[in-house]
Design a binder for this molecule. Sequence first.
Ligand code: ADE
Ligand code: ZN
Length: 338
Amino acid sequence: MTETSLDSFISGLPKAELHLHIEGSLEPELMFALAKRNALTLPYKSVEEIRAAYSFSRLQDFLDIYYAGASVLLTAEDFHDLGLAYFRRAAADGVRHAEIFFDPQTHTDRGVPFATVAKGLFSAMDAAQRTLNVSSKLILCFLRHLDEDAAFATLKMAEPYLDRIAGVGLDSSEVGHPPSKFARVFKRAREMGLKLVAHAGEEGPPDYVYEALDLLGVDRLDHGNRSLEDESLVKRLAATGMTLTVCPLSNLKLCVVHDMKDHPLKRMLALGLNATVNSDDPAYFGGYVNDNFRAVAAGVGLTREEISRLARNSFTGSFLNPDEQAVHLAALDAYSAA
Ligand code: ADE
Ligand code: ZN
């Protein structure tokens, strides 16, 4: 396929990525390498066999495979290698700043200490800043299929590292695990000075988005697709300038949308929502952030102005301070004008 001028515009566009699960960036090649290094046997014979297993009809199909894949991550070096592989790939896509999720409970529940995970990710973030000029922030996600006491215990484990953790989030199986289940731990995180985000409205109903806003008090909304089913919710999200971290290829692979032509991103922008484009779990969903931009731009017919708007939203929706945002926005404006 030849690269269109829109594709090359996307390639060079300065952008931030705000919805990326670091465990979801574990490529099959690295999974095999880490299994070998840690003397583990995978239930797959080849990289091709792993990729062939990545066919999902819903979020839970993916989560089962994703948690199993993470079992090769044991040492701080493993987490460092995972993180740095992502940052290298992101830098190649024009990502200047990334706010990455990690799922500590996926690791602590199999005996990997919180400190090991933290040490490896922090060193990858430092290396990304030093060698790639990519800045980053870390967001600790609570697994919503577990109970709130487990989330409190995880927050306690994070206490020694809070100077390097920007916020908390909520991920994993959405339906049946509404935000209200985590209202107390989010309140505590807010009191500790952490930013708050939550996955809501990916598979769950608009009511879960209301709960994320009203009961958790989120600063940013992850996915939020199903908000579009509720007109007054859309008006509220637009009026308050809430950022939505939208993940087009994830939506397609998890059957949140059935065809990229039906993706709601263009409609979100037209409704005045501060949508952004992100890769979610790129190793599992077939693409990094520029693949997401290209797929959705081709599917729904985005203009250059809409693409620039999405990149602008990624910086203004980040947890960078206004001065830091201004530097990126100036670079974006210079790029878009050229
Ligand atoms: N964990 C990793 N990716 C996720 C997603 N898209 N939704 C919920 N939990 C996740
Ligand atoms: Zn996600």
